[in-house]
Write a protein that binds this ligand. Structure first.
Ligand code: ATP
Ligand code: MG
Length: 138
């Protein structure tokens, strides 16, 4: 078993889609072992997406991530990181495969409904930014 970190982004919470997205996650065999709804501060969003700080869309990204609440999650499965990336679909929803969360729900490359870690190493770092060990219950 391994873990990945997930965010249901503001475009998803705003449109009341958290249940529908969780259904896709669970049907794919990922178990939601921790979950909470939080409003990210600008500092939290800037730290979280720090790798993108030189990119032209950084300001827009931080603005969107802090606009409304998000749901942060820890997901567990065999090969959780690549499995969830597959379930999420491509960053740009126009390129996402049928049946993926982004194909089903995303509005645009910026408002693309979900985040998922891109490596086991980053998953551990991201999980620790939002959850203590005691809050993760497999
Ligand atoms: P995430 O890290 O959110 O899971 P990702 O790994 O598929 O998404 P990244 O390249 O890490 O994609 O980009 C992080 C986020 O930045 C994207 O999910 C998207 O919301 C936003 N983003 C990426 N590229 C663009 C772009 N060209 N214009 C606007 N926003 C973008
Ligand atoms: Mg990424």
């Amino acid at each position: 078993m391994s873990r990945t970190f997930s965010i249901l982004k503001p475009d998803a919470t705003r449109r009341n889609l958290t249940g529908k997205i969780n259904a896709v996650i669970e049907e794919a065999g990922l178990r939601i072992v921790a979950q909470k709804r939080v409003k990210l501060s600008t500092a939290q969003a800037e730290a979280f997406y720090g790798v993108h700080k030189e990119r032209p869309f950084f300001g827009e990204l931080v603005g969107q991530m802090t606009a409304e609440p998000v749901v942060v999650q820890v997901l567990e499965a065999d090969d959780a990181v690549p499995k969830y990336r597959e379930v999420m679909g491509a960053t740009n929803p126009e390129q996402a495969d049928e049946g993926t969360i982004r194909k089903l729900f995303a509005l645009s490359i910026g408002e693309n409904s979900v985040h998922g870690s891109d490596s086991d190493e980053n998953a551990a770092i991201e999980i620790a930014q939002f959850f203590t060990d005691a809050e993760i219950v497999g």
